[in-house]
Design a protein around this ligand. Structure first.
Ligand code: ZN
Length: 216
């Protein structure tokens, strides 16, 4: 079951207070609309009821999709510097939930992909990567390569945005402009998963599967 709570916000445009509903826990199987909203970049986006100004509510919540085998702990983007501690919390809370659950779930728990992300845009990116049938650790290793070869891509904001034919589209920078990279490069990197893992072991340890962890 998804769990929601009411949050009183202050509109950044008209300064009036308003109440928004946000999730503390989302179950994508029981709330497919929430998954669609996350993929469309609409999750936790609310308009001020007074002046219609759009707001995005960044908050801490759990995202679970047992059918697809995904369990993500979502934290606000400003908590990124504490990824080490948040990653530990994600890991512990996942196993606490699993330990309280019936045997069947315990069985499934070992097959779940556990991730920790910072912000709704990063949650969306993981869902898009998996929907395209890609391996997120390989995508992160690919970003390291792109950053090293294209200085313009050496930014904290470099996100997978989709596949178009023989190209993978990345959204770059705060404005999210699109940059295409050849799909063939992904398949080569995917075939080299073993050596890549040996080269960047931290990238494959999880739950924070993100190249930015290598910058600490
Ligand atoms: Zn307003």
């Amino acid at each position: 079951m998804s769990q929601l709570e009411e949050r009183t916000l202050t509109c950044a445009a008209c300064t009036a207070p308003f109440v928004a509903q946000v999730a503390t826990s989302l179950n994508a199987v029981r709330s497919p609309a929430a998954r669609e909203a996350a993929l469309a970049g609409r999750l936790h986006h609310v308009d001020c009821p007074h002046c219609r100004a759009p707001h995005r509510v960044e908050t801490t919540f759990g995202y679970m999709d047992v059918e697809r085998g995904h369990w993500l702990a979502v934290f606000p983007p400003e908590e990124l510097p504490y990824w080490g501690a948040r990653e530990a919390v994600s890991h512990d809370s996942f196993w606490q939930v699993s330990d309280r659950a019936p045997m069947l779930w315990n069985f499934r728990a070992t097959e779940m992909t556990l991730r920790c992300v910072f912000g709704l845009a990063d949650l969306r990116e993981k869902l898009l990567i998996w929907d395209s049938g890609l391996d997120d650790a390989i995508v992160e290793a690919w970003k390291l390569e792109l950053e090293a070869t294209e200085p313009a891509l050496a930014t904290d904001v470099l996100r997978f945005a989709g596949r178009e034919g023989d190209e993978i589209i990345f959204a770059v920078g705060q404005d999210g402009h699109a940059v295409a990279a050849p799909w063939g490069r992904y398949t080569i990197l995917r075939a080299q998963r073993g050596p890549l893992r040996a080269r960047h072991p931290a990238l494959f340890k999880g739950p924070f599967v993100d190249r930015r962890r290598l910058r600490a």
